[in-house]
Write a protein that binds this ligand. Structure first.
Ligand code: ADP
Ligand code: ZN
Ligand code: ZN
Length: 818
């Protein structure tokens, strides 16, 4: 009898692919193990065994596999089921899910580039002969291709040896080179050891009478030490004594002061195993916990709606504790990693080493390590915190999933496929595991809140802040009126300047929100009105002052700032609109003493980009933080008493059915950063349209009102959650082909579905990276079967693909979200 396996290849194939295996291989192989297989003429892929059988394929002759890569499955059967659901629901192939689910180190293929691992501590004795050959080759050239490695070791199949070299830290893979972690060192000072006694001290002060500046520093140090602080930061000493670095350094050189550093590392847990006591919940938190527990008993997906700073995290912590005490695994999903900085610290205080962190900014080694820890159910990975990809870890026994900030759009993966929504896919995962799942937010999505209203989800809420701090007071400022009365300085209204002044005087911190990075969005010629455009995309280039560049935010294209207009030649270029960089600059001009930092995509690149800025702000090395929507993500700062929203209008005017919901969420979340712990915070929202319904609802924290109104609009215009939607995007280099193709497809859809087909229409940016785009939206009424609808669409695509001039048109599906 012949033996075969069906495998998933990490490429967009509709079907599983069959290979033949020997009797010996059959005895070794099980579903969920990886094999290296040949595909096409020259390529080798890492494939995943899906099933074993004895049916030869009908239309092709099955090739033999190259090699078995695992001795145990690395994917379990629940994961395969989950992948199947994702591929079916989000209309993509299993191969695409496979590729996206595994850390890339598990997916070696013949085009991977191999680099030497500079950081690896390599024991040459420990290398086998063939491994050593590769190691040696990498001492002479920095990059090898897989086939070059094959030539070196005179073998075709190099994946096993590359796997071993990866494990031994000898090599890295391309796209796996990350900024190496530099721990943040905070510098402290203390009095030199020889000045311990009082006599010595007196002597010292006496000797410094001729050096008043130095003596002031020493006195300030006493003063600080007399306070509650045990460790004195150099920056604090500088500030309090009003002296310079040079003076302190002179004292250090004389041995009067001693300098030392402490590593403030947030990611690697350096604490002890001893867990801190969990905080006792207040009655409102306890009530929410009881409601959640009750709803969990009925096996319901449950939503926790708790206003900002109501203490949702402490409720999650209790649930996690219960879960891990029963020996099961817990998964804590976050929309983005900015959040984890603070959260990880908080959770580690309670759970110590039981926590693993998993996200795409981590190196391939770290990710593989977490993967293996989860797979083998190590206690180190009993709790996993991660962004959406953490959902793909090989959990054997999930007891709890928490989806924090469930309303966040970044739970949706847009590119590449699978274009899944992590919250929704996590609900399916929870079902497969028989696990409980809690969604949490201060501004729930319309969909989730609606599911509670109709009884599909369980519901719990906390409607006040922890410690009974009042919700921030929100004031709307009319920019039109302020401009007319000439009360504006740059982009700051008189009211905002007043509030900033007061806040800084009180020693509190300020957050300024402007949802646009860069200096000003665009450059415009005052003479002819021309605006420089991206040659590859249909958008204007954005002005970045710091780099003196114009940049495209879609494709990265950039040019040096032109001195004169490229159209008419006049030197009358002017900026229009404004971004974070300009807010920062105006702040610096108006408040030269304030220390201003900026948090946006440009300042947070690299693995620890966020940490640096967040830590600086947390430790009050900054007075003001200017930022984009990154600021909204659940950060908990203790001394922020003012939040300023520079301009709310761009958010509200976004052309999208979710724009109003999103504006409410964003503005409420940013406002929520104010006054979290002590006194009531203040929020100033600047807008040209302060009477907008959404702004009113934000200002009185009227979530229910917002929900009711938005749901009504969705009902009127047949958008989710009333209807389901599928967006089909067509993409092609040639304008005419794209138009023709999308029209053809839309017509076929209309013939099948009658109503509910919109478009094709150009999106707001109709060309990106030289590809034209057009969208068709299908609205699927309740009662129309989703699976059947998708099948019809797929059938239409088959006929579409058969038309030769449409072959090169890309068709992209987005289910549920547009
Ligand atoms: P949310 O996630 O709802 O915005 P957090 O969980 O960040 O709120 O809590 C807000 C603040 O209140 C945090 O600084 C937290 O430490 C504190 N806090 C919350 N619950 C408790 C509690 N039960 N005991 C002591 N402090 C608490
Ligand atoms: Zn571009
Ligand atoms: Zn011009």
């Amino acid at each position: 009898m012949q033996h075969f396996i069906n495998v998933i290849l990490p490429i967009p194939l509709e079907k599983l692919f069959t290979y033949c295996i020997s009797k010996e291989e059959k005895d070794l192989l099980r579903p969920g193990m990886r094999v290296a297989v040949p595909f096409g003429k020259t390529r080798i892929y890492t494939a995943l065994v899906y099933e074993l059988h004895s049916e030869p394929p009908m239309v092709y002759e099955a090739k033999e596999i190259h090699k078995i890569l695992d001795s145990e499955p690395i994917i379990n059967s629940l994961q395969l089921k989950h992948w199947e659901w994702i591929s079916e629901y989000y209309m993509c192939t299993l191969g695409e899910v496979f590729r996206s689910a595994l850390p890339s180190a598990f997916l070696l293929e013949s085009e991977t580039l191999i680099l030497r691992n500079e950081a690896g501590d390599i024991d040459e004795q420990n290398l086998k002969d063939d491994e050593f050959l590769v190691f040696e080759a990498l001492q002479h050239q920095s990059i090898l291709k897989v086939h070059e490695v094959g030539a070196i070791i005179e073998r075709k199949n190099v994946l096993p040896i590359l796997n071993r070299l990866l494990e031994k830290n000898v090599v890295l893979l391309k796209d796996e080179i990350y900024e190496r972690y530099k721990p943040k060192l905070v510098r402290y000072v203390k009095l030199g050891t020889s000045y311990g006694s009082e006599e010595k001290l007196e002597e010292l002060l006496h000797s410094l009478t001729r050096a008043p500046k130095q003596s002031q520093v020493v006195l300030s140090l006493f003063q600080l030490q007399a306070g509650e602080k045990k460790q004195i930061k150099i920056t604090d000493l500088e500030r309090i004594s009003g002296s310079s670095k040079a003076v302190i350094k002179a004292l250090v050189d004389k041995g009067i002061l001693e300098e030392y550093s402490i590593q403030t590392d947030r990611v690697n847990y350096l604490g002890t195993d001893e867990n801190n006591e969990l905080k006792a919940l207040n009655p409102y938190q306890q009530k929410a916990l009881d409601d959640i527990t009750y709803s969990f008993e009925k096996e319901k997906v449950t939503l926790l709606y708790g206003v900002t700073s109501s203490g949702k995290t402490e409720v999650y912590v209790k649930l996690i504790e219960t879960c891990i005490r029963s020996g099961r695994q817990a998964l804590y999903l976050l929309p983005e990693i900015a959040l984890t900085t603070q959260l990880i610290g908080r959770l580690q205080e309670y759970f110590g080493e039981k926590i693993s962190i998993y996200h795409s900014k981590y190196s391939v080694h770290e990710r593989v390590e977490v993967w293996n820890n989860v797979l083998t159910k190590k206690s180190k990975a009993q709790i996993v915190i991660g962004a959406r990809s953490a959902m793909f870890l090989p959990f054997a026994d999930l007891g709890l999933i928490i989806v924090d900030e469930e309303h966040e759009g970044s739970f949706k993966q847009f590119d590449p496929a699978p274009r899944y929504h992590a919250r929704d896919a996590a609900i399916v995962l929870a079902n497969l595991h028989g696990s409980r799942i809690l969604l949490g937010s201060a501004t729930p999505s319309i969909e989730s809140y609606n599911n509670c209203q109709i009884g599909k989800y369980g519901f719990a809420s906390i409607d006040r802040r922890y410690g009974d701090v009042l919700m921030p007071e929100i004031e709307l400022v009319d920019l039109k009126e302020q401009t007319r009365k000439k009360r504006m300085k740059g982009h700051f209204s008189e009211r905002l300047i007043q509030e900033i002044t007061e806040t800084l005087e009180q020693g509190d911190q300020v957050i300024l929100f402007q949802n646009r990075r860069g200096f000003a969005p665009i450059l415009e010629c005052n003479t002819c009105g021309h605006t420089p455009q991206c040659p590859n995309c249909d958008v204007s280039l954005t002005y970045h002052q710091y780099r003196k560049q114009l940049r495209c935010h879609y494709c990265g294209h950039h040019i040096a700032l032109p001195e004169s207009c490229e159209a008419c030649g006049s030197a009358t270029l002017d900026t229009k609109g404004f971004g974070t960089e300009q807010v920062e600059q105006e702040m610096n001009e108006m408040f030269p003493k304030a220390r201003v930092g900026r948090m946006d995509l440009d300042t947070t690149r690299g693995k620890y980009g966020y940490e640096k800025i967040i830590t600086a702000f947390e430790q009050q090395e900054l007075d003001v933080l200017v930022g984009t929507q990154m600021l909204t993500k659940g950060l908990d700062f203790r001394n922020v008493s003012l939040v300023g929203i520079m301009n709310a209008d761009a958010l509200l005017n976004y052309p999208d059915y979710k724009a109003h919901e999103r504006s409410f969420q964003l503005l409420t979340q940013v406002s929520g950063r104010a006054g979290r712990t002590k006194k009531r915070g203040k929020v100033i929202i600047q807008s040209y349209n302060p009477y907008h319904q959404i702004l009113k609802q934000v200002s009185v924290n009227d979530y229910a009102g917002m929900f009711k109104e938005q749901l009504y609009e969705r009902e009127q215009f047949l958008y989710p959650p009333v209807n389901r939607i599928i967006k089909i995007t067509f993409k092609h280099r040639d304008y005419n082909t794209l138009n023709e193709a999308s029209e053809w497809f839309a017509l076929a859809l209309r013939n099948t579905f009658k109503g509910g087909v919109l478009g094709p229409e150009y999106p707001p940016v109709a060309r990106i990276r030289n590809q034209y785009l057009k969208n068709v939206i299908i609205k699927i009424p309740q009662g129309q079967l989703l699976g059947k609808t998708k099948n019809s669409i797929k059938r239409i695509q088959k006929s579409f693909n058969a038309i030769s001039r449409f072959k090169s048109v890309r068709v992209i599906y987005n289910v549920d979200h547009i």
